[in-house]
Design a protein around this ligand. Structure first.
Ligand SMILES: [Zn+2]
Length: 97
């Protein structure tokens, strides 16, 4: 239950496996909140997306996050991801909170 088992990170949109650093984690917290987790440290059920626009758009179109997280995900989360990615285009992983 602790999720310590190592699993490949698979993008919920394209189903590609990527090194963890190239992915954005989205978490359903124990409170049932859906949050972006650029640090990968939050507790909860996680889903991964490639950090490229195509995958985010694809995920949005298919609502992949809702399926992966087994809950209804607000479509606004995809917009949030896009904003986040564009804002941190250079140095995405260094500048994030
Ligand atoms: Zn992908």
């Amino acid at each position: 239950m602790t999720g310590k088992r190592k699993r490949p990170r698979t993008c919920v949109a394209c189903r590609c496996e990527s090194p963890k650093k190239a992915m954005l984690r989205v978490v359903r917290t124990p409170e049932g909140e859906i949050v972006l987790d650029p640090t990968g440290k939050r507790q909860g059920r996680g889903a991964y997306l490639c950090t490229n626009r195509e995958c985010i758009e694809l995920a949005k179109k298919r609502d992949c996050l809702s399926r992966a997280l087994k809950t209804r995900v607000d479509p606004g989360i995809y917009e949030e991801i896009i904003v986040l990615l564009e804002k941190d285009n250079d140095g995405y992983h260094q500048n994030i909170r």
